[in-house]
Structures are given as C-alpha cells and as structure tokens.
Design a protein around this ligand. Structure first.
Ligand code: NAD
Length: 733
C-alpha cells in the first residue's frame, strides 16, 4: 500500500494525496519519498497535466518525518555513516528542488508546472518543508491546526530545506523564533508571519488550490530566491542590519543553550553560511550541518528519549493487559496547591471532578484556581468563554463526602501527614464504589504504609504529580507491594486522558524523581559549606545543561520544606543518614529566615516582587570562600553524578524497571540535562568504564556517596551499555 495516491482531473490538474495507511497522522518515511518522487516525475512528464495540488487525505497534512527513520539512517550507514546520512539528505533536497523548479527552463524561467500545497490542518517538520518547496501554500482556516518547524525541540533542526527556505523567505530575524525556538502557529498567524500564503474556509480549500493552479503565470513559479535581484529580507551577514541580527542570534543561542545543544549552534551556522552563497550551495551547507547534528550522540539520545520513548510510554508501553480503565468521575481530596491543579487538568480533559476540602471556603478557593488559569487562557486567546464555563461546570467544590458516590478514581492530596491521609481514605472509601481505585499524591510517604489505611490495598496506588500541575508533564505512578494491575492500568489510562507522560516505579523512599533530585540539591549546598564559590556551583550546573542551578532550585522549592524532609529522613535512617554536612547549611539558612523565594530571601537575594537579584552576599560571611577553587569539570561531575548514580541505584534496586522511564522521567520530571537524553543515555555516551573512573576519583576526594554501584562496575568490566543491555528487554527487573 502506498502513502501517496495520484489522480488527474478533466481540467489537467493532478492531485497527489498523502494518506499513510493505518495512521491517524501522516509521517514521512523513506518509502514515502520514493513514491512522492515518482508521482512528481509522472506529473512533470505528462503533457496533459497543467499543474499539481499536493494535499492530504486526513484531517491534518503531516506531523513530520518518521523519527525512527532518522534514528536508523546513521545505524544503517555501514563504515561511513556520515556519508550515508549526507547522501540521504541530499536525495531529499533533490526531490524538493525538482518540485520547486517545476520542470521549467532555468534560463528563461518559463514552461514550468505550478505546484500548490493545500493543507487541511497541522503541517509540521517535513510537513511544512515540502509545502515550502511548492509555489504556493494554501491552508484551511482551522484554528486548531499547528504550522511550524519544531525539530529543534528534539535536538535536530529542519534539514530538508526548511532552514534555508524559511530564512530566504522571511529573513534571518523573522525566521529565528520558528527555527531556533520551534515556535508553531495556527494558520492565520502563520500567514501573518509570512510562512504560508493564504488561508481559506476549509470547504474552499481544494477549489481554491485548483483555481490557483489554473491561473498561475510563469512568474508565479519562480521563487524569490531564484530571481536575479533577490535580496535577503533584513540583510545577509555582511549587511549592517544583517550583521546585527547574526550577532544578536549568536548571543541568544548561547545564552539559551550554554553551548550544550549542538543543534542550535549548527542551525545558526547553516543559516549564517547559507546566507553568503547561492541557494543550491546553501542547501548543501544545510545538509552538511544537519549530518553533523545527526552524527552527534546528543541528537540520537534526544530523539530516543523525547520523542520515541516518551511516545511509547504515553501509549502505555508498561500498561498491564487489562480492560479499558478510563476515568469518568474523579474525586480529589484536598483543594490546596496540588489538589486544585489536579482538578483543573482533569476537568480540562473532560473528566467530572468532585473537589473536597475541610471547609467550603478552601474547596471554593481550589476551584477558583481553575477559573484563574482559564481566564489567563482567555487573555491569550487559547480559551473561549464556552470552554471556560464547560470546564468549571465539571468541578463540584464541596465538603460533602457523599458527593464522591460513583467516583471511579480518587486522588488524595491533603496534608503530608499519615494520620490526616488515613482519615480521609476511610471517609472516602465508605462512599465510593467497591471497584474504585484510590490514589495518593504523597511525595515522601511510602505507598505501602498509606495503603494500610485502605480497605482495598490492591486498589491503592501512588499518582505523584509535580508542581505546577498544569505545566509539569511528568506523572510518577508508584506501585505498592500490594497494588494490583487494575490500579496501574487505571493510573496510566488517567494520565493518558490528561495528556501527560507517565512512568511506573516501585515503592521506595522518594520514589524516583525526588530520590535523584535531592542529592543534586544537597551536593550544591554541601559545596557551599566547603567554600566553593556559589556562582561557580550555579554556573557549572547551567553549563552542563541543567535548567536551574542547585541553589536556585532549592530556593524555588523552599528550604523549610527541605529541612522538614531532612529531619524525617534522618529519623527514618538513623546512623546511615549521609547528609549531616548539608544540614549544617540548610538549617542555618532556615534559622536566618532565608527559606527561599517565597520569603524573598534564600541563597539568592530578591526584590519585593520576587525577582531574583543575584546570589546572596551574606553567605560568604558564614561560609567563606576557599582560596583554592575546584575546576569547573570537577563541580560538574559532582552535580551530575549525584543524580545519575541515584538513577542507577534505583534501577539496581528495582525501583525503576525500565531505563526508558528513567531517562524520560529525569528530563520531564526535574529537567535533567535534556541534551543528554537522560542519565542512562549520558552514561552510555561516556561509557561505563569512564563513568567508573570518574566515580573512583570523586570517591577518593569526596566520600563514599560517589562509589560506583555494582551494576555500573559490572557493565564497565563487560563493556556493556545500558541501552545495549536493557533495550531489547526494556523491563530491567
Ligand atoms: P496544601 O497544603 O497546599 O494543600 C493541602 C490541602 O488539603 C489544604 O487545602 C487543606 O485544607 C486540605 N486538607 C487538609 N486536611 C484535610 C481533610 N481532613 N479533609 C479535606 N481536606 C483537607 O498542600 P499541597 O502542596 O497541595 O500538597 C498536598 C499533597 O501533595 C501532599 O501529600 C504533598 O506531599 C503532595 N505533593 C506536593 C507537591 C508540591 O510541590 N507541593 C508535589 C507533589 C506532591
């Protein structure tokens, strides 16, 4: 079966319809390119064909390249993978350039056949690069559609001519947000930005496309960049205005990526160098930089974690095989920060919500959080008044547990206190159906312990959200010893309904994400105590790709919360507690009232609006800076290994059972250096032997917390990688 079909009507207009069998969204494969190429040749060769419409048989045009293909291109390149990738990319350029040149006589620029792209809906990645090679892009007026080139989000850049064409169409400055930030737009905005040419009512799309094809003149088929008098909008790099653009773009890219994302830098190089040469040479340059990015292990790791594996987890890669468990009615216990956020994302996904708190006032306040977020959405134009009314209409704020009757899932988010949690568990279970699943959003209490308050521990599970709930994409599902398959399926189906990404872990102290992030923050504070300059700590973290330095992170999450967790951990662990040196700093800061941003005072100084002013200078008086400061690399290794070794220990202990979840969860849960693809991908990049060597050095200088886990040593000895050892069998345990 073919991904494209071809027909010619009585007026001589050929239509190439993209409709990949068995998929809801078109994606481009290698076979697809071959089919498209054949149809383009057929249309150009057939004297009866006057012009061509390229469109889609689905509600959208296309979502992009099949990223599996990109991931494989390199693997299948044999002895010279870079050449294989480069040649693969150049063959795509040839097809798109053939469309663009329309079979015309290049000297006289006459005699070509018009190609028009008719986009019924979303057109992203190659789904926009192909239209950009056509002579006109007409889109249906479909405000839900997204038009753009989001490749940068998965560590690559538009490499099928999208970079070169968009820059030549809009100028480097205007194209920058779409290329460098992957910004996508609905059709009308895409037209206003100059990316597409025309937006028409959906039922006029094909008629208008045909009209355009039949009316097109020779001059309509010559792209501006193929004209002799072409000048790049905003100027090329040696033009005074262009110079300013490129200078600014370099600074912006570096400020945002700290040099750790190869794709952003390569993209900028392709734009800069491409701007200095004729179009066809620019395409070759784009192909070389694209190859360079694909050959960097970072792009493969990012595609694997942020696209392929993220999607696999969202589609239920680790879902037990039980019947559909979609949630119809959700009860949320506790309408505080988390409960209110959970109510909002659930009601937005169409789920009926009963939001309970101890007082009506607190319950109403929780519901008001949804109203606030919806109002903000309305201001942005993303939410209509009807949508707001609909979402709010789904939330019942009450103190009455009887309202929970008929709930098939309960999410408990009351105070982090086992007695309070036990009480609300019993009250809810007295009302809800026998079959309902009960989930807790606890961040620190063992699921197995909390399940003791339940009449049905097999139906008791952890569903751990991150704050702020509406923005954080990861949800950690925690299985207690007694948790049954139906509870896991329910949690996964629920997370899918609210369109977030789940990982499923086993019950252990701090589960997975917090287990890894606490040592990161602690390592930062420990270094302060040792006299390492706080600016060195923070910058070392950013230069290795962490979104926030450890000191800024602990300011955001609050030091008093950290102190509370530290006390509870110490009580639970006794003599084995490893973090006394950290507590000296943490408790001293809390004693000073410097509990973080919420108090406008922490490791950073803040103004009264909460804006960070810089690192707090008073810190140096209590913890004077050491005369000899460590090397940047040493600080980075300490900060990275603090997290990574915890991830390996979580795998070793069976808390994590799938390294894909470990990698995806790390990036989405706490922002672990996304360029690396996650802690396991990072270890695979440097190799287990090198990782053990780093651990041995850090252990000798800083203590046993850096000792390499047995699993890592074993892999170093046998030359294995995590994805090599566990990928064919994603379940590690
Ligand atoms: P919060 O203090 O903002 O909200 C708790 C709410 O529970 C309050 O509105 C309170 O009135 C209500 N409540 C207390 N006792 C109750 C009772 N008996 N019946 C009904 N309602 C009652 O706390 P939060 O930050 O929303 O945290 C809630 C839970 O989520 C905790 O278990 C916490 O560990 C967990 N959690 C918090 C975060 C976070 O970043 N804050 C992240 C993940 C998980």
């Amino acid at each position: 079966m073919s991904d494209f079909s071809y027909s010619v009507d009585a007026d001589g207009v050929a239509t190439i319809t993209w409709d990949v069998p068995g998929k809801s969204m078109n994606v481009m494969s290698q076979a697809g390119f071959v089919q498209l190429d054949g149809m383009v040749d057929a249309a150009l060769a057939d004297p009866a064909v006057k012009g061509v419409i390229i469109t889609s048989g689905k509600k959208d045009f296309a979502g992009g390249m099949d990223l599996n293909v990109i991931a494989r291109m390199k693997d299948e390149g044999g002895a010279d993978p870079a050449r294989a990738v480069f040649e693969g990319v150049m063959s795509i350029h040839r097809i798109l350039r053939k469309i663009e040149l329309a079979g015309m006589d290049r000297k006289t620029q006459t005699g070509g056949k018009p190609f028009v792209a008719a986009l019924p809906g979303t057109a992203m990645g190659i789904g926009l690069e192909l239209p950009l090679a056509c002579h006109r892009i007409i889109a249906a007026d479909n405000p839900g559609a997204r038009i753009g080139l989001p490749e940068i989000m998965v560590g690559i850049f538009p490499g099928a001519g999208g970079t070169t064409r968009l820059v030549r169409k809009l100028g480097a400055m205007a194209a920058a947000p779409f290329l460098l930030e992957g910004k996508t737009n609905e059709p009308k905005k895409a037209m206003a930005a100059g990316i597409i040419d025309e937006v028409v009512p959906a039922d006029r799309l094909m008629a208008r496309a045909k009209e355009w094809v039949l009316a097109a003149k020779d001059a309509d088929l010559v792209k501006v960049w193929d004209r002799k008098d072409y000048k790049m909008p905003g100027g090329t790099p040696y033009h005074p205005a262009g110079f300013m653009t490129f200078l600014g773009a370099s600074v912006m890219v570096h400020a945002n990526t700290h040099g750790v994302y190869p794709a952003a830098k390569a993209l900028l190089s392709a734009i800069y160098e491409g701007a200095l040469v004729p179009f066809d040479t620019a395409l070759r340059i784009e192909a070389r930089w694209f190859t360079h990015v694909l050959m960097n292990p970072s792009s493969g790791a990012m595609i694997r974690s942020l696209f392929l594996n993220k999607e696999a987890l969202e589609k239920g890669a680790n879902r037990p095989a039980v019947a559909d468990e979609k949630v119809a009615k959700l009860g949320v216990l506790g309408a505080g920060m988390m409960g209110a956020g959970i109510a909002y994302v659930s009601a937005s996904a169409g789920i009926e919500v009963v939001l309970i708190d101890a007082t009506q006032e607190a319950a109403d306040r929780g519901k008001a959080h949804s109203a606030d977020l919806l109002d903000k959405g309305m201001k942005r134009g993303a939410v209509t008044a009807e949508k707001k009314a609909e979402v709010l209409g789904r939330i019942t704020a009450t103190t009455d547990y009887a309202a929970l009757a008929g709930c098939d899932l309960i999410l408990e988010a009351v105070f982090e206190d086992p007695a309070v949690k036990a009480e609300v568990t019993a009250r809810a279970e007295a009302v809800i159906p026998q079959t309902a699943i009960f989930a807790t959003n606890t961040s620190t209490l063992p699921i197995g312990e909390l399940a003791k308050a339940s009449m049905r521990p097999g139906q008791f599970i952890g569903i751990h959200f991150f704050s702020p709930v509406d923005r954080m994409m990861l949800v950690e599902i925690i299985k207690g010893k007694a948790t049954g398959d139906r509870a896991v399926a329910k949690a996964l189906d629920y997370v899918r309904q609210i369109r977030k990404t789940p990982i499923v872990v086993n019950d252990a102290r701090f589960f997975y994400a917090n287990r890894c992030i606490i040592p990161y923050v602690n390592e930062g504070m420990r270094m302060v105590g040792e006299g390492v300059a706080p600016a060195l700590i923070e910058n070392a973290a950013k230069l290795v790709g962490m979104p926030l330095g450890p000191l800024q992170l602990v300011d955001e999450t609050a030091l008093d919360l950290g102190a509370k967790i530290a006390r509870a951990t110490k009580a639970a662990m006794g003599d084995a507690y490893p973090d006394s040196a950290v507590d000296d700093i943490l408790f001293w800061m809390v004693d000073q009232g410097r509990i973080g941003r919420k108090a406008r005072a922490g490791f950073y100084a803040y103004d009264e609006t909460g804006k960070r002013l810089g690192l707090w200078e008073g810190l140096a008086q209590k913890f004077p800076r050491a005369l000899k400061q460590p090397e940047l690399g040493e600080v980075q290794h300490r900060l990275l290994l603090a997290q990574v070794l915890e991830a390996v220990r979580a795998l070793e202990a069976g808390v994590l059972t799938d390294i894909r979840e470990g990698d995806v969860g790390a990036i989405l849960g706490w922002g672990f250096a996304p360029w690396s693809g996650g802690p396991f991908s990072w270890l695979d990049m440097i190799g287990a032997a090198r990782a053990v060597e780093i651990c041995d050095g850090l252990t000798s200088r800083h203590g046993r917390r850096f000792e390499a886990p047995g699993l890592l040593r074993d892999m170093a000895a046998t030359g294995q990688t995590f994805y090599g050892r566990f990928a064919s069998r994603p379940k590690a345990a």
